[in-house]
Unconditional design. Structure first.
Length: 113
């Protein structure tokens, strides 16, 4: 049975939720607009892994930053402070995580959230 993904607009781009199994897992495609970045954040329960599909993504994890290219992945443990940005071009990431959709603690945010 076909299911249409849920698209959630964000100030930095959008999330496309393609898989959702409450209590188990969540799958998203994150599209980050060129020059935009997500908040510096952490999760109290959620564990996630990000995989770069397109673009060059600046990924910050616990104060250390690196550029990730298509085909590279970054696991993000619970409570690790992290931020993703698209300084060079539009970026597309695949995110898989435990099912904790409302578990985001923002430390710094460019959009006043």
């Amino acid at each position: 049975m076909k299911k249409k993904p849920e698209i959630v607009k964000k100030p930095w781009g959008q999330e496309t939720i393609f898989a959702s199994a409450p209590g188990l897992y969540l799958g998203k495609v994150l599209t980050i607009n060129k020059g935009a970045r997500l908040s510096l954040q952490y999760h109290t329960k959620k564990h996630e892994t990000l995989y770069v599909l397109r673009g060059r993504c600046r990924m910050e994890l616990n104060g250390k930053a690196a550029i990730y290219e298509p085909g590279e992945a970054l696991p993000i443990p619970t409570k690790a402070r992290h931020r993703f940005s698209a300084p060079y071009c539009k970026v597309t990431l695949l995110e898989v995580s435990t099912y904790h959709p409302d578990d985001t603690v923002r430390v710094k945010d460019d959009y006043g959230r």
